[in-house]
Design a protein. Sequence first.
Length: 104
Amino acid sequence: MARWVEVAKASEVPEDGTFRTFLGDEPICLYNLGGTIYATHDTCTHGQASLADGFIDDDKIECPLHQGLFQIATGKAVGAPCTVDIRVYKVKVESGAVLLEEPG
């Protein structure tokens, strides 16, 4: 059975913005795209920068260090110099809390 862990309040994730949090000791970046919350690992796979400090461009996050791009919903690296995908997490929002499924 899946174990869901609260990592933030939905109100903490700004509309069309990011919010840095943790799942255990894993840094997580939450995104609010049009009222839907997404979650990825927070560290860029290319330059070790925090994606929460990056810039949302439509449905992508741009790394603040070297401007590489990742699809937010899938974690797929879609812009050089990034070539390695980032981990995505299953998200649900209940009673205003953002819950992530712990990886099995």
